[in-house]
Design a protein around this ligand. Structure first.
Ligand code: ZN
Length: 342
């Protein structure tokens, strides 16, 4: 029922000394949507050199403190204009000490309800240095915000997102998440829901259940909340899916939200331990129980080039205009690696 279709091509070329070289390219079709990914297997198999991160790399000092460092929160962060969100201060603060987080409106929003959650007051550039409790507090702050928002404006789609480090699109290095709430579903989420419904109609089974049970080759492990499966036809390097529970965010207990946060952190830390330094992640939530039947709570993680002054961007014409990403990390090898690190 799960059709893992790939076309394999061998591409010959000559290197600078005149020796013939063969590259193996796999064109894979996503089993649910048919979207194509191009995996250069030869490139995936080349040796990787992972440099250790310097202990104090990127830390802010008193002189270069960024706008998300706690000492500057008061003077730099936005506040909610709407009464009833974030109390008197207009900010949602959860936790204390090193794991204190603050959720505020995004100063430059690209959605009607677009907020940011600063992940602790310390300027960290490594995932593993952000405490687990900080991630939990961030998710609890998001839950609190969502409750406030929906009690005022009705139910909304919610997306929890992360751009970690500048190659991933972070304009401010200090770790933070971004939360987008919208009346209507976002485009990619809509396509996934529709394709999932179609699959169920055709095969009488849930695609996501099949995937987490049957895709042994790319199964990376189970956490307390998510089952992690590496994508067969990734949208970017090292894409992993987190398949969660079948309910909207407001149907989750506080304990379930804490487990979701811990698993989110667990996957990001596994990526870091695998040598990746910059990543994107998102969690999409169904709006209704009916929608959750088609697509459960769904997380996606990818990695980006290492942050360095002259890195090569991983989005070129083929990714942007033709929407067929070129991949150089083999999903099967990634799954094997992550399964040991999760
Ligand atoms: Zn900072």
């Amino acid at each position: 029922m799960l059709a893992f279709i790939k076309e394999v091509c061998e591409i010959k070329s000559m290197n600078s000394s005149g020796r013939e070289e063969v590259s193996t390219l796999e064109i894979r079709h996503d089993p649910l949507t048919g979207r194509k990914a191009r995996i250069n297997v030869t490139r995936a198999k080349r040796p990787h050199v992972v440099t250790a991160l310097a202990e104090n790399e990127g830390e802010a000092t008193e002189n270069n403190m960024c706008i998300f460092c706690e000492e500057r929160w008061d003077e730099t962060l936005q506040r909610f204009a709407e009464e009833g969100i974030g109390g008197k201060k207009g900010r949602i603060i959860v936790g204390s000490g090193k794991s204190k987080v603050v959720l505020v409106p995004n100063k430059y929003p690209f959605a009607k309800n677009h907020t940011i959650v600063v992940l602790g007051g310390n300027h960290e550039t490594r995932i593993s240095r952000i405490h687990k409790q900080t991630w939990i507090n961030a998710f609890l702050a998001i839950r609190k915000y969502y409750e406030c928002l929906t009690s005022k404006h009705g139910r909304q789609y919610i997306y929890i997102n992360l751009n970690f480090m500048h190659p991933a699109g972070a304009s401010i290095e200090h770790p933070h998440m971004q939360v987008v709430c919208e009346d209507s579903v976002l485009y990619a989420h809509h396509l996934l829901i529709e394709a999932s419904k179609k699959f169920r109609k055709k095969h009488g089974k849930c695609y996501w259940n099949l995937l987490r049970k049957e895709d042994k080759e790319r199964f990376a492990g189970s956490g307390d909340y998510f089952d992690f499966v590496c994508s067969f036809a990734p949208v970017a390097n090292a894409e992993t899916y987190g398949i969660g529970k079948r309910k909207p965010l407001d149907g989750h207990t506080k304990e379930e939200v804490k487990k979701m946060a811990s698993d989110f952190f667990r996957m990001l830390r596994a990526y870091e331990n695998a040598g990746f330094k910059s990543m994107n992640a998102t969690i999409m939530f169904p709006l209704t129980t009916k929608e959750a039947e088609a697509l459960p709570v769904f997380a996606r993680f990818i990695v980006r080039p290492d942050p360095k002054p002259h890195y090569t961007c991983d989005r070129g014409f083929i990714e942007i205009f033709h929407e067929e990403p070129v991949i150089h990390i083999l999903p099967e090898e990634l799954a094997e690696k992550l399964s040991k690190l999760l």
